[in-house]
Design a binder for this molecule. Sequence first.
Ligand SMILES: [Zn+2]
Length: 458
Amino acid sequence: MNHNCSSREEATVGVGRELHDFAARLYPICRSITGEGLRQTLRFIQEHLPLQLHEVTTGTQVFDWTIPKEWNIRDAFIKDSTGRRVVDFQKCNLHVLSYSSPVSGKMSLSELRPHLHTIPAHPEWIPYRTSYYKEDWGFCLSHEQLLSLPEGEYEVRIDSQLTNGSLTYGECFLAGKSSDEILVSCHACHPSLANDNLSGLTVATALAAEIASRKGSHRYSYRFLFLPGTIGAITWLARNRESTERIKYGLVLTCIGDKGAFHYKKSRRGDTEIDRAAAHVLALLSRDSQVLEFSPYGYDERQYCSPGFNLAVGCLMRSVWGSFPEYHTSADNLDFIKPDSLAQSLEVCSRILEVLENNRLYRNLQPYCEPQLGRRGLYRSTGGEFIAEEISARLWVLNLSDGNHSLLDIADRAHIPFRRILEAARLLEENQLLERVSEHRMAVAEEEIADKKLATDQ
Ligand SMILES: [Zn+2]
């Protein structure tokens, strides 16, 4: 095996392990749509990113919704007649119905039964259940555990609080050359569930850290949101209604740590540049990856793509939520997400952003017949049957660069990875065979000013 290849594989293994370790640190925390678990999670992310924490008071109206009371929990259990904890929140935070109101008392198994949730089809797993907007209490346990409970009296305790407080979300803004923004959003409201919430948080944090290290040399500005699902996105949109005009593209990241093939769910508009960029990257990655049409259910793309906003925001997943049996159960644990999968997901996100960052229009400066590439050292020196992909990329770029085809258009039409097409365009530009066309004059002018500023700052 060649040296470059093996060192690259080692690097990927290293990245994967780091990402998995990051998820493992967040795994034990009891998160919900409000409360200390959510704050603790955001503070941990804050150690890696310039993340601003926002608090929005209980009762605040956000469009058609109201910020709920803040939920916090210290302990919960069901004890049998001998005083033994047969269901124990300290062992697994999924045991409590999220947002349970406090409860304390003794009751028979039949009185307790309506408050117990199990999954008979997977008798060893504990389900994840919530009751955010209707006051209720309950426990979740494995079906096996339920069947093992004898009739008799049980001591039941949920030491939780529902109080006036606030909803917390985290926001990290990384200014680029242009004020046009790319939004990356993920939910941070699930307790010990790895693929569904931690994989998104983990990859988004790593992606943001990577962009932050470029110190503003990127084309777009980036806004990363870590928020409670649904109510968090609605809250952010309600408080930032005007500035959503700057969001050119966006990506919701969720369920991207498992071994499943990639799925990209298109934005409501369906034909935007991010939809095309994601489809391009996934098509070249594997034949199993799929592009899905938009639907008004799923994650926070529902809010970003609601008709009033209609933003170009898609959703990147591996296995689609709800389609894998581990979804919303204790089996969505740290073994279910894999270091390799997390590393590859990060790579896919970077590739999609690479397309958006570099997709531009060019014009061939020698459009009358092919320029002589060999004379410039841009063609193979001896004639033969096979045209290498890099040469092919140069020919495609020259042929389609008429000011109307973007590099992504060319990559799609040529079935050549965008990165190769970009390399070809750069090389041809260096050789004065190509020039960039200012498709959006204002945006280009803004970028050029930022370029000059970066150059003088350095
Ligand atoms: Zn979920």
